[in-house]
Design a protein around this ligand. Structure first.
Ligand code: 5GP
Ligand code: MG
Ligand code: MG
Length: 220
């Protein structure tokens, strides 16, 4: 049984349920007075459980709110000219849906932040009006944008829902990235976790809780 591979449970089904419902209300409040609700953009596959619960907690439901999905996949082979580590591909090819819209990215976990940096850059290029991030877990102690300079953040990353982020008072690009993380479920310790959508080699995604995987599973 998959449960036998779990070292310990970090976030129970009940704890997740309570926190996700709070995040849904917070997002709904942020959009309550606005003309148009968000494009809620799930980054597959890890987001699926969080995405589904979060969307159903958007109460009151913002008018014009749409759901879309994209995959963030690593660039194969030679490094591209951009500093981007991953490519964003929209399901059904409908990347034009974000143009002029406020986007809420839904991620399972932000670790180094490299994926999120790439996704933010891609959404800016696609003409998103603003971008804010919902992440179930934040491993903030692991943040490392691989030398991406702060001087490029303002011009290459999009505004947030409440306006542009400036580099005033910000000393690193990692700190700049952190400002997009408005809807965070839990701070995550520096351990490899699975469940509630998150996998190891495509296993454990269907667990209802988040747990630490036994090291013996990946380093026998
Ligand atoms: P980043 O680009 O922030 O370093 O990593 C982002 C992606 O790495 C996440 O969306 C997730 O797919 C994967 N990842 C990072 N940490 C973990 C973890 O502890 N468990 C699992 N299952 N995936 C992780
Ligand atoms: Mg992810
Ligand atoms: Mg994975």
């Amino acid at each position: 049984m998959a449960e036998a591979d779990i070292e310990r449970v970090l976030f129970t089904r009940e704890a997740i349920e309570g926190r996700v419902s709070e995040l849904g209300k917070l997002i709904a409040e942020d959009f309550a007075g606005r003309r148009e609700g968000p494009i809620v953009l799930g980054i597959l596959k890890g987001c699926f459980a969080f995405f589904s619960d979060l969307c159903r907690s958007l109460s009151p439901c913002p008018r014009g709110c749409e759901v879309h999905f994209a995959r963030a996949s690593s660039y194969e082979g030679k490094a591209t000219e951009s500093s981007r580590s991953v490519k964003l591909s929209f399901l059904g090819g409908d990347d034009d849906v974000v143009r002029g819209r406020d986007v809420v990215i839904v991620e399972d976990i932000v670790d180094t932040g490299g994926t999120l940096l790439s996704v933010l850059g891609a959404l800016k290029d696609l003409g998103a009006r603003s971008v804010t991030v919902a992440a179930l877990l934040n491993k903030s102690c692991r943040r490392d944008l691989g030398g991406f300079p702060l001087s490029r953040c303002e011009s290459e990353l999009p505004p947030r829902l409440d306006g542009p982020i400036t580099t005033d008072g910000v000393t690193t690009s990692e700190e700049f990235l952190g400002k997009y993380l408005r809807y965070v479920g839990f701070e995550c310790p520096d351990e490899f976790v699975v469940g509630y959508g998150m996998d190891y080699d495509e296993q454990y995604r269907t667990l209802g809780y988040v747990g630490v995987l036994k090291a013996s599973v990946y380093s026998p």
